[in-house]
Design a protein around this ligand. Structure first.
Ligand code: ADP
Length: 527
């Protein structure tokens, strides 16, 4: 009698479950008997696992677990089942097609009124998406932590990099104040000069990178002469002493390819950066710059593909370090950076510049054997240069004037800062120019009205009348050809420069003045 009642009840229960769990139920349901043999699964279960109810009836749900299922969670589940206790747990199950998914499920024992265990009811949810999200969040968190670490490492490194030249500057200036020996003082000043240039290079790197990364960064594309570029590089690394070779696998003297269109200064910046690294990281080895030319025709325009390879036989870079070598502030390893110095910005800047010029930088390296950094640049051949040979003579003239002097030319230096005045005066003296100094824009205008000048070097920020206002006023009486004006400012961002050009200046030089740049600018504007 009791058995019959139980059987009816059992049937009743299952048909009830079917109605309850199949109709629009959003979770997967498994009902087993007390021994964990499956009696019922709903449609959601079939949709999630790929198993139909018939395929799993009579089996124990354990078959859903697999190799990735966490053993501890599986054990906890078994213990709860043995103790006839309900449990909620997350573990990996497998679909019929073998693919794993994250399952969050609760199983609850179901007893009859006499306390006998009849069923287990399991409700499951596929939480793969949620897990993925958690995983992504974890990765994002790790990335942020990594970035913070790199940043603090960079700051520590940067502060060390800035402190080193600062120590020299402070130390040697103090020493020279105490010394009466002229030759000793001269040596101290030379040391101060070296340290200052180093400091300047670091600041320039930081500024340059932020400028390149800022929106609106533009290349200054102009026709340039490949041979001149390579010559100027060769001059910097004389072949004597350290072993440096330049190998051009194309006829760079080819008269039909005199000019390429590109940003020569930026190309040079990248080359110098990579060459300096090659020398820095090859204390005993040799360095080679190889230039390959390949003509390519892109829809009628004449393009040339230049490939630059910088090959060294230095310390090399490990495979692991190669992965992050182009990242900002990254150095192959901090102990190396301590041995060799540097900020870890050079390669990031180079990569950005090459990419903005349409190329890609690559590196191959073997630890202990050496490295090869290479990049290809597509460059247009200037039609003007081909049609108009006078451009060629421009170049010749430039070199011709390069070492000559302008004894009859007079320059007006307008600057309120005494130190800047001295620097400008010394440089002009070295170039044999005649010059005069005005303390601000108003005095400059006064002088220009009284005397003849051939060019004005104009600071921007000055009391009484600033450089922009002064230029604006001067342009009312003198054109850019009559009286060229070169702006000078420590603010070297694009909008500072634009302000100078808008006011009517011919060109712009960043402060502190660089002797070579000043000389080039004067040659260009006065010849
Ligand atoms: P910096 O040289 O100022 O540290 P870079 O961005 O130019 O910064 O270079 C980053 C790192 O890449 C260097 O610190 C060095 O570890 C590694 N590296 C660059 N060039 C070479 C090279 N030619 N040989 C070996 N390691 C190099």
């Amino acid at each position: 009698m009791f058995k019959r009642t139980q059987k009816i009840w059992h049937k009743h229960f299952l048909s009830h479950a079917m109605l309850l769990f199949n109709n629009n139920h959003t979770e997967s349901v498994i009902i087993t008997d007390s021994e964990r043999h499956i009696l019922f699964t709903n449609e959601v279960f079939t949709n999630t696992t790929g198993y139909s109810a018939n395929e799993v009836l009579g089996k124990t749900p354990k078959f859903l677990q697999g190799i990735l299922t966490d053993k501890d969670s599986s054990k906890k589940l078994n213990t709860a089942i043995q103790n006839k206790e309900s449990i909620t747990i997350e573990l990996i199950n497998y679909r019929k097609d073998g693919s794993p998914f994250w399952n969050s499920f609760s199983i609850t024992p179901y007893f009859n009124p006499l306390g006998k265990l009849l069923y287990w009811i399991g409700i499951q949810r596929n939480i793969t998406q949620q897990r993925q999200l958690e995983q992504e969040l974890l990765e994002a968190k790790n990335k942020a932590e990594q970035l913070a670490f790199t940043k603090s490492q960079f700051l520590a490194n940067m502060s060390h990099e800035i402190r080193t030249p600062m120590n020299s500057i402070l130390g040697f200036s103090e020493l020279s104040q105490e010394s009466n020996d002229l030759s000793e003082i001269k040596q101290y000043l030379a040391n101060i000069n070296t340290a200052s240039s180093h400091l300047m290079a670091i600041l320039n790197d930081i500024l340059d990178l932020s400028k390149i990364q800022a929106e609106g960064f533009t290349l200054n594309k102009k026709p340039f002469y490949l041979k001149n570029l390579l010559d100027s590089i060769q001059l910097l690394y004389p072949t004597t002493g350290r072993s440096f070779t330049l190998e051009a696998n194309c006829n760079i003297n080819n008269p039909f390819l005199p000019f390429l269109i590109g940003d020569e200064l930026r190309i040079k910046q990248v080359l110098l950066n990579l060459l300096n690294n090659a020398f820095k990281f090859s204390p005993h080895g040799s360095v080679k710059l190889i230039v390959d030319c390949e003509k390519i025709n892109v829809s009628g325009t004449r393009f040339i593909q230049l490939k630059f390879s910088i090959v060294d036989t230095g310390i090399g870079i490990s495979e692991e370090q190669l992965k992050s070598i182009f990242k900002r502030f990254t150095q192959a390893d901090t102990s190396i950076s301590r041995n060799f110095g540097g900020t870890g910005l050079g390669l990031a800047i180079s990569q950005q510049l090459i990419q903005s010029m349409g190329g890609e930088i690559q590196v191959q390296s073997t630890l202990g054997k050496g490295s090869t950094f290479s990049f290809e640049l597509p460059l247009e051949i200037s039609n003007d240069a081909i049609k108009n040979p006078s451009l060629n003579t421009d170049i010749e003239q430039l070199t011709l004037y390069d070492n000559s002097v302008f004894p009859n030319k007079r320059i007006l230096v307008v600057d309120d800062d005494k130190m800047s005045q001295v620097v400008a005066k010394l440089m002009l003296k070295k170039l044999d120019f005649g010059f005069e100094v005005a303390e601000n824009g108003a005095i400059a205008i006064d002088l220009i009205n009284k005397k003849r000048f051939d060019l004005v070097l104009m600071d921007i920020q000055m009391p009484v009348m600033n450089g922009l206002q002064a230029t604006h006023n001067i342009r009312k009486s003198y054109t850019e050809q009559d009286l060229p004006i070169i702006g000078m400012s420590a603010g070297i961002l694009l909008h500072d420069q634009m302000a100078c050009f808008n006011a009517g200046m011919n060109s712009f030089l960043p402060k502190p003045l660089d002797f070579e740049s000043l000389k080039n600018e004067l040659v260009k504007l006065l010849s």
